[in-house]
Design a protein around this ligand. Structure first.
Ligand code: SAH
Length: 200
């Protein structure tokens, strides 16, 4: 997976590559999809959730440029696979999942794998996690039509936010960072994500 899907397509962050080489992705996909765990496509979790394609997860993580000590907010825990990648690469992860069952399963799975620097809660991640803000980095793993303003307000001045943005069928991956008083966004390319929802 790392050689054929990640390095060959330009993922060069050695920490991201080493983490994804070591993580047991089969532990995060449904049992009936175990054979597909390392394949070059997303794996379905529920009608409204998928574990993204490995390349896309590596790409988003690389764009966050984590160094090891950051406090990170993730919106859309899903299986917890992306959460585990983040947990390996930063200081602590705060992850919010709208679907109560996914949130519970991901929390149990991450604890069973020994990720004690991860905090998962059920809720609407579009509101952020006020009590734990500010964050050094924020990652959205579902697509809003526009990034909720409150998430920018919960980001450190030198922080980064990575998110797929746009309507279904017309989404692009953006990385945002502040320059002076302005937010600068860089368009990384076209993507396909499940939409972020405001309620179940
Ligand atoms: N990164 C996950 C994939 C998540 S798919 C993984 O590796 O498995 C997107 C997730 O966002 C879904 O689990 C969906 O239930 C969740 N979601 C949708 N809207 C949300 C919201 N407003 N707040 C938090 N989570 C949300």
């Amino acid at each position: 997976m790392v050689r054929h899907q990640l390095t060959s397509r330009g993922i060069h962050d050695a920490r991201v590559l080493a983490t994804m080489a070591a993580l047991p992705r089969e532990r995060f996909v449904p049992t009936e999809s175990n054979e597909e765990a390392y394949e070059d496509h997303p794996v379905r979790l529920t009608d409204h959730a998928t574990v993204s394609q490995p390349f896309v997860q590596a790409w988003m993580t690389q764009a966050l440029a984590l160094r090891g000590t950051e406090k990170v907010l993730e919106v859309g825990t899903g299986s917890g696979y992306q959460t585990a990648i983040l947990a390996e690469l930063c200081g602590s992860v705060y992850s919010i999942e709208l679907d109560p069952e996914l949130a519970r399963n991901a929390r149990d799975r991450l604890l069973a794998l020994g990720y004690y620097n991860v905090h998962v809660r059920q809720g609407d991640g579009c509101l952020g996690w006020f009590d734990e803000a500010p964050f050094d980095a924020i990652l959205l793993t579902g697509a809003p039509e526009a990034v909720p303003r409150v998430l920018f307000e919960q980001l450190q001045p030198d922080g980064r936010l990575v998110a797929p943005v746009g309507e279904e069928g017309d989404q692009r991956l953006f990385v945002y960072r502040r320059e002076g008083r302005q937010w600068i966004s860089k368009d990384l390319g076209g993507v396909r994500f499940v939409p972020l929802r405001r309620s179940l």
